[in-house]
Every structure is written in structure tokens, then in C-alpha cells.
Design a binder for this molecule. Sequence first.
Ligand SMILES: [Zn+2]
Ligand SMILES: [Zn+2]
Ligand SMILES: [Zn+2]
Ligand SMILES: [Zn+2]
Ligand SMILES: [Zn+2]
Ligand SMILES: [Zn+2]
Length: 737
Amino acid sequence: MNTMKRRVGACLMALAMIVTMLPGLSITAKAATDYGLVVDYARVTSDRTSGDGWSYNPTTNTLTLNGYSYSKDGWVDGSYSGGIYAYSNLTIELIGNNSVDNTFSNAYCWNCGIYVKGSLTIKGNGSLTTKGGGDRVSYGIKANRLTVNSGTITALGKTARESNGIDISEDIIVNGGVITASAATSTEGDAFGIACRGSFTMNGGRVKATAENATGANRYSYGIWAIGTISNNGGVLSAEGKSYALYSGNNVYPEGYNGKDTTFQTYEDAASNMYVVSGVNNNGWSNREVKLTAASGYTIGKTASQFGSSISFTDATDNGSGIFYIKKNSNGTIYKGSISYKIDKTAPSVSGVKDGGVYCVSKEITVKDSHLAEVKDGSTVIATANGTYTLSAGTHNITVTDLAGNSTSMTVTINASHTPNEDDGDCTTAVTCKICGNVVTPAKEHNFILKSDQTGHWKECQNEGCEQTSAKEAHVSSGAATEDQAETCTVCGYTINAPLGHVCKNHLQKVDPVAATCTTEGHQAYYKCTCGKIYSDAEAQNETTESEVTIPANGHSYAESVYTWNEDNLTCTAVRTCKICNDRESEIGTAVTSVTPKDGCKSPEKTVYTVTFANSAFTAQTKEVITQEADAHTSSEWIVDKEATTAEAGSRHKECTVCRKVLETETIAKLASSKDNTKPSGKNDVDKKAADKKADVKPVSNVPKTGDTSHAGVWVMLMTAAVLSGICVILRRRRTI
Ligand SMILES: [Zn+2]
Ligand SMILES: [Zn+2]
Ligand SMILES: [Zn+2]
Ligand SMILES: [Zn+2]
Ligand SMILES: [Zn+2]
Ligand SMILES: [Zn+2]
């Protein structure tokens, strides 16, 4: 600020000096029009509007420098000296290369390469290098206001107590051109590449402002120093100071300057053919990185100091902007580019369901993404916006995609209905869904009814699926059952015992036993009920039947049958009589006769009577009777069968000469023999006695028996038959009577 005061003071002094000079000017004006401009150390007037390398157009107030070169002390007026000195506004047009070097070094002057006491406008295609003087102040350019439209301007302050490249009292506007403004070392004051007491505004062109050290106590070195704002709307700005690259009294800087750095640089815009952008989809989004690859002949970097073949922007952002620098390898020119990008690395969120999840009936899914593109179910787009959507029964392959191409996929199965957990058999607890936990069957109150069986009664819930029961309790009897009243439970009504109905025991009548006879049935004792049943016992325990208790008739017990032949043997009567009841059965059978005729002396005439009976109880009877005797045998003489010897007796017989029947046999006594005495006694005597004894006995016993005995038997038989026949006839008669 001390600097400011000093400068203001200096201006007042200069003004006073100019005022004192006015009478002189008016005198000169009478000779020629003075245009208030000094070029090449002489005033520009209507008589002098051009010189070596310069010309002035008063109409346009334009000084054209065309190959102008000036290097000597500047025009001094008041506190300023200038290689070109203008007393008011001036436009300088540059053609070719021009230089203005104020060599004036003075302890009291502001020694400027170009001094314009008004607004300075520079244009043209040429260049100008302008240098201030030395000692007190050295400014390359000093003006109230500066506008540069084109041209290449190099404004240098030399080492001085205060060195500035360009020092402007009000605003600076750069629309084009190339400006290089440099301050050398300032030994007392601040060093400014460009000092601007208004605002510095750049709309195009190139500005490079640098300052060497300000070596005075508490002095600073700035690339560009402005009381107002510093703005870079276009063009390339480069600033470097030993203290700060830029200083804005309003604290308004070009984008990218942090208020501290000693260097600041903007760059020419990178052209789109210098790099290739990849990683961005058709929607303008990237889901990973936005990659910038330098084109052939270029390298690229995120800073202006490090270059490579490519750079990437990877931070997720909806409106990212990236700065990059591209260096042209052939000449080292650095271009600056910016890129807007959108990176979304986050897949859409799908909530409400899980991948592979199984749900019931329907399910809502909530889809959320900051840049949702679409929601697909299979291949069908079901939504294109964030929201909650309902999935119906079925299998859904949900894919949610955002504009950047991130996607979230999941498969969800929606069952058409709930899957109930197994019922616990208690209706007072709800049945829930195995899948979703929802209540499928709400809890209820038990709906008990009494159930019963033979052994008791209990409560049982009637609600479907409920298996709850109370403990079984014994029936409470209403009293024993009677024939017409049941025994029931007074609690549940169960019929413990049905009405007994007809109880035979109560209605029995005893039937006494009856003995059987030969011809009639009897029965055992029994009990007969009014219902018709009969029992063998009074307790009606053993039911029986009439046939079982019946005792059959005994039947007759006949004695041996008695058969009685009639006298004529032509009938035979059979009789039998019951030993119990004297019942008598008889039958007269008629005989069938069979006659065997007489055969001379051999056999008599025999008649056989045979009677059979219809009653099988009687057996057939046969009777043989000699109805005519056989003729008598005609006996022969003795016929010796064996001659008697001395040792042995002989035998002889008589026989019928007709039938040869042996009628008579006889032993012939043993003959006497001389040999008897010669034979040893003893044993022989005994044998002889035995033989004699035999011979003696046999004839005696044999003779009378033969024939006699058999005749006697026949007679006995005949007699018996005769008697029996008589009896039969008698009996028959008696019965008939
Ligand atoms: Zn469920
Ligand atoms: Zn229940
Ligand atoms: Zn009961
Ligand atoms: Zn009965
Ligand atoms: Zn009988
Ligand atoms: Zn005979």
C-alpha cells in the first residue's frame, strides 16, 4: 500500500508538470496539430505522422509499427519516461517485428517501454518487444487501460527498485494475441509480471506473466496481480511469481488456481483428433473407467508435467469433469482438455427379494438405481424407472440394468400359494407358511364336542386339522339296563348297555322229564321261554333244542324167535315176543319142498322143507324128512381083507353086493406058531401080550358099533322132528283159536 500512495503522489506531480507545460503546447499547436504522442523521441503531429518503421493515423488514433526499432532513453515527461509516450488513448497496430527499449535509468521516473496516459489497444499480426528503463521503476508497458486484440507482445521490466512487465491502472482485457510480460528482480517494491488495478480479463490469446524476486522487505513477487478479479474466459494463461502466480483482490481466480501456487497455467484447448475416448457406452455412461488414449504423435497426462499413452477417469460420478493435458511430441506444445463423464460402477439395487429366493403368491421388488435403464423379466421389459413392482406366481429372471450397463440379475420363484408348515394339530396356534412365515390358517378357539366309546367319553375339537382332545373319562352310569331301558352315560349320552330286551331267564317255565317207552319218545327236563326258546338250565344259560332233549322210543326187546313146523311140514310159524311189553310178532311161512328120490339100497327118499319169512327178524327154516326108506342091502360072504399070520391078526368083511357098502368087519385071530418058544422070552412076551390084547379088544368094540350106532342117530332125529311138528301144529291151532 505504500507503493500505492507513492504512485498516487507521483501522478499528482506529473499532472502538475503537464499543466505547467500547456502554454508551450498551445504555442506549438499553432504550427501543426499535436496528436499527444511521442514516437522515436519526437512528437507526432500533423506534420509528422510517420517515421522509420512507424506511422500514425490520427483519424483512427492508430500507431502502426512496422519493423520499428527503438533502443535509447525514453521521452521523459513528468514522472514517466517512455520509449513510446502517449498522452491519451492510443491504438497500436503491429506489423512485422518491432522493438522498443527505454534505456533511461533514473531514480525519480517511472521508466516505461511504452507509456500511455489513457487506454491502450494493441492489434496486428506483428510483434513488439518493449522494455522499461531502470533504477526507480522499470515497466515494459504502462497504461491506464489495456486491450490486446492480436499481435505478439513481449513486455519486460528490467531489474529496478520496482520491475513490472505490464502495469495498468484500471482493467486489462485480452481478446487475442500473444503477451509475454516479465518482471525482473525488484529490489524495493513488489515484482509484478502484470499489475492491474482493475480486473484482468482474458477472452483469448496467450498471456505469459512472470516475475522475478522482490527482494525488499515484505515485498512479493506475482505473476499477475489484480485489485479486481482475474478471469480466464478463453486463451492460454501462464503465470509465475516467486510469491504467487496470481493475486486477486476480490479473490476471484481462473478455474484451477488455488490462491497459493507460484505457478499457474492454462492451455490451449485440446482438439478432438488428439485423443480417443473409450469406455463410454451409447448412453454416454461408463461403468468402469473413461479412458483417453493419445492419438499418434501425442502423449497425454492428467497433469501438465507427466505424460503417457493414456489416462483414465475412474471415479463414480453423475457429472464428472476431468482435465487432461496433451503434449504434441513434435514441439512440446501442451494442450488442455476437459471431459465430462459419467461413471456409475454401482449395480442397481433390487430389494425385497433375494437371488434364488422362493416366495409366495406374489412379491414386490423394489428397484433402485441412480440411472436406471430398464427392468426386465426374462426378455420382457417390465419397467424403466425406479419403483416397486409386483411379481406374480412363476419363475422370474429379473435383470435390472442402469444406463452405465451395470446390471443386477436374480432369479426369483413365486409359488402360486403358500406352503404351510406341518399343522401341529392344535387349532389354537396358527399354521404359518414355511416359505414366508405368513399365517395360512389363523388360530381359532377349540370347537370341542363330546365323543365317546365303550370305555368312556372325552372332548375332541371339531376344527379341521385339530387333534386336541381331553383325557378320557369314565362314563357315568344312569343305572343298569333293563329289558326296555338302556344304561346310558349321564354326561355324554353314550349307551353303555342297550335295553336288555326279552330276557329269557325271566320267562322260563319248567317242563318235567318224560320217560321213553318201547314205542313212544320221552324227553329230558327243560325250561321253555315264552319266546319259544328252550334251555337246559333254569338260568337260561344253555339254550337247547327239542330234538336235543328228546329221548327216542326204546323199541321192543324181543326174546328169541320160536319156529314151529306144521305137522305136514308145509308151513312153519315164527313167533317173537317183547320181553318188556309182551308185544308179539308172528308169521306163518309156507314151505318150499325139494324131494330126493330113493336109490335102491344106497339112499332113502328125502324131502327138504324150506320156509322163508317176510319179516327180516325171522330166519329161514329148513327141515329134511325121509319120506321113504331105502331098500335093504344084500350081504355078501366074508371077504378076507388080510390073512392072519403067526405074527399078526388078519381081517375080513361083508359088503352089500349091490352097492358094495361094507356091512360088517371082523378080525381074524393070529395063527399059532412054533417059533414062539424059540424066541427069547422077556421082551417078546411083552410084545405078544400087547398084540393079543389089541386083537382081543378090537373085534368086540368094532362089530356092534358099526351100523347100529348110525341107525340109532337117524331114529332120534326122525322122532324129534315128528314131535316138533306136532307141537307146531298145536301152537298154531291155539293161536288161531
Ligand atoms: Zn408363504
Ligand atoms: Zn381345536
Ligand atoms: Zn359318557
Ligand atoms: Zn325267551
Ligand atoms: Zn315192547
Ligand atoms: Zn346095498
